[in-house]
Design a protein around this ligand. Sequence first.
Ligand code: NAP
Length: 242
Amino acid sequence: MSYALVTGGSRGIGRACCIKLAEMGLNILINYTSNDEEAKKTQEAVKAKGVDAVLMKFDVSNMEAVDKAVGGWIETQKDKPITVLVNNAGINKDNLMVLMNPEDWHRVMDVAVNGFYFVSRLVVKDMVHKRKGRVVNVVSLSGLKGLPGQTNYSASKGAVIAATKALAQEVGKRGITVNAVAPGFIKTDMTAGLPEAQLKAMIPMQRFGEAEEVANVVGFLASDAASYITAEVISVNGGLYS
Ligand code: NAP
């Protein structure tokens, strides 16, 4: 009875990852922080694939909450190990850096970087004991190229890319792979306010991507087919940057 934990699974790319991993036969732990309605929709979509779907409401940047929810699961559900972790929860609070207030700087870093650390430290420790596991971190084009108006977000995703490479080297000998997927512009709530018509002119494929196109790569990296790929960052950006 293997489980995949997807952080930020209620909407967007996270929801598409939950559905993709469910199609692969994994049971899903759907994390989210506030949107109960959307989380339930993901839960129904996962259940429709014939696997178990459990809602896990907590803020990934709150260590005590993570310890309670994720640590509690690992401690009490020993016959339901988390074999796949998708660190996907993320937010943006864009502004030019000289105008950015400290709260927006710290919040974006807290969710992406601390969230990655708080969740992964527990799940990967359990994977190390079992000598099996897949970690996929959803990062961003911003973390590779840097995007103006997103110094906080770019810094946070760049940090997770570096952590992906470091952690992969720590746990490779235990049979655990750690990779990242770097989306470009993907149609979700996060990009709903952007001028799509203007931006897509810059993209070689001339369109925004779909959440499912990111989830397909996450699913591949979580599958047996990706058994010798680790410490890698795969872009899903329609050719915008490589
Ligand atoms: P989205 O539609 O805004 O969804 C964000 C998800 O993260 C929601 O499930 C949300 O839960 C959850 N979340 C936010 N803060 C959280 C927290 N503190 N603890 C737990 N869950 C939290 O975003 P998206 O576009 O799917 O983005 C998913 C990931 O892809 C993010 O890491 C984002 O940075 C990255 N990304 C997105 C794009 C893009 O173009 N969309 C491009 C590059 C990278 P609630 O529903 O409860 O709010």
